[in-house]
Design a protein around this ligand. Structure first.
Ligand code: AHR
Length: 513
């Protein structure tokens, strides 16, 4: 399979220009190719779990709430998410999915049973947000639903009936749905059969799960014109054997296989979300760049079994994971989000672009109030995170054709981690509009970047920048716009090059026509 890896040449392998010194310009060479893959919009997928305040307080407050809402969904959050053109939303977990019994979450809300959310802080879940609430939310947001089915503690029959309840025109499950107020079936494309089946989803071995997967998916039927895209629960980071076994034993029964990777170095102490050192920052970037190795090596395995690339690698959980904010429930995974998180988002999305031929979906964890969130809420207040703004800047890349490129840049040596390029770049084209996104990872060094436009006759048509006074800056209740998008003017076209003067720790997206 053809990969569209950009080459990163180290001009100064063991270091970078010191503070204040002007480094040689980085060079980005565009190499347009008609057969380059389209960057599937699903790479910009989101993930919402019944965890902490992701659903309750983050997305859903109920119709009776004093917080402005649209049919029970927070209006501020809904509007903010609409700006991101969210293509797909994964739900209800995560680990929660393998303990979730969907029939507890339908019918009159006051009659729904309680359960203990034993994965996430032992919180009592009242099931007031269930199947109807999720599918209605996806309709309001205009995204594809992605269900994560219970394999760990649920039955084959339960999962089969869930698909029937959602998608069948007639029959007992359809009648139940109609009694619950939804006459027409919904469309369900993406169905995950288990989550982290190597861990919280059942602690299966790869061989055992491959057989369980084959069994469960057999009974998930295509009703009345609905067509399921089935996703097998995939590997934990570098567990290549898991992918090998699934491709060998179950590939003919799935459309995609997942991969989970968080940019965490030490699970026993993940470090704070704010107040970190410069070394912590570069260490995190080195960790996040591991995604490149993981995607490459899992793709290599998939290529052996599936050279025509008919199966997708679905990175359906990724992002940063810090210690929770002081004073919050450790099981609720509430963390702040700084310029560091924004740079992680940009570098990771760039990797997915390079591997767009194989990476057919990715879902950052998670959409609200949990891990590397898009939005944080507190009562009626909402803030947009720096990560939100990267997703917003990258909207034009959704469903655009990748423009392969090569980058020549300084790199920074990070002990025990991947070297960190000073400049990371990605480019795509759609309807004659070229979108170039550049990231300057340096905390102290402004960087000039020459983008060689490969003879394309393009005009500069505007740009936006995300940067901050300090990499530790974040948006908080009371100071919600400390890190936000600004118009960017330090770019011009000169002699066939787009010349960009990038401030330190910045993400810039430029439009060319
Ligand atoms: O996103 C938080 C948790 O991380 C998910 O529930 C689980 O799948 C993963 O381990």
């Amino acid at each position: 399979m053809k990969h569209y890896l950009k080459s990163i040449f180290a001009m100064a392998v063991a270091g970078v220009a010191t503070a204040g010194m002007q480094a040689a310009p980085a060079v980005v060479e565009l190499k347009p190719a008609a057969d380059a893959p389209v960057i599937k919009k699903e790479i910009y997928g989101q993930f919402a779990e019944h965890l902490g305040r992701c659903i309750y307080g983050g997305l859903w407050v109920g119709e009776e709430s004093g917080i402005p809402n649209t049919q029970g969904y927070r209006t501020d959050v809904l509007n903010a998410l609409r700006e991101l053109h969210v293509p797909v939303l994964r739900w209800p977990g995560g680990c929660f999915a393998d303990e979730y019994h969907w029939m507890d979450g339908i019918g009159p809300r006051e009659k729904r049973p309680l359960m203990v959310n034993s994965n996430w802080g032992g919180t009592v879940e009242d099931n007031s947000f269930g199947t109807n609430e999720f599918f209605n939310f996806c309709e309001l947001l205009g995204c594809e639903p992605y269900l994560s089915g219970n394999v760990g503690s649920g039955t084959v029959e339960e999962l089969a009936k869930w698909v029937e309840y959602i998608t069948a025109e007639n029959g007992p499950m359809a009648e139940m749905r109609k009694r619950n107020g939804r006459e027409k079936p919904w469309k369900l494309k993406y169905l995950g059969v288990g989550n982290e089946s190597w861990g919280c989803g059942g602690n299966f071995t790869a061989d055992f799960y491959a057989n369980v997967y084959r069994r469960y998916q057999t009974y998930c039927r295509d009703f009345d014109g609905n067509k399921l895209y089935k996703i097998a629960s995939g590997a934990n980071a570098g567990d290549y054997n898991w992918t090998e076994v699934l491709m060998r034993d179950a590939m003919h029964h799935f459309n995609g296989v997942s991969l989970h990777y968080y940019s965490v170095g030490d699970w026993s102490y993940k470090g704070p979300a704010t107040g970190f050192s410069n070394d912590d920052y570069y260490n995190t970037l080195g960790l996040c760049l591991e995604m490149e190795t993981l995607v490459q090596r899992h793709s290599d395995i998939m290529d052996r079994f599936d050279p025509e690339v008919t199966k997708g690698l679905m990175v359906d959980e990724w992002g940063t994971w810090w210690e929770v904010e002081p004073g919050t429930n450790p099981g609720h995974l509430f963390q702040q989000n700084t310029m560091r998180d924004a740079i992680v988002a940009a570098l990771t999305l760039n990797i997915f672009h390079e591997h767009a031929a194989r990476v057919h979906m990715a879902n950052i964890a998670q959409i609200a109030n949990v891990l590397q969130a898009m939005v944080l809420t507190q009562g009626p207040e909402m803030v947009l995170t720096p990560t939100y703004y990267v997703f917003k800047m990258y909207v034009p890349h959704q469903d655009a054709r990748l423009v392969p490129l090569a980058v020549t840049t300084d790199t920074r040596f990070v002990e025990g981690r991947k070297a960190v390029p000073e400049i990371s770049a990605t480019c795509s084209e759609k309807d004659g509009v070229y979108t170039v996104s550049l990231t300057n990872t340096s905390l102290e060094q402004a960087n000039k970047v020459n983008v060689d436009l490969a003879g394309l006759k393009l005009k500069f048509a505007g740009a936006q920048v995300l940067t901050a006074a300090s990499v530790n800056d974040f948006n908080d209740f009371g100071q919600p716009e400390k890190v936000s998008l600004k118009e960017f003017k330090d770019a011009r076209i000169s002699k066939g090059n787009l010349v960009v003067d990038m401030p330190p720790m910045s993400v810039v997206t430029l439009t060319l026509r």
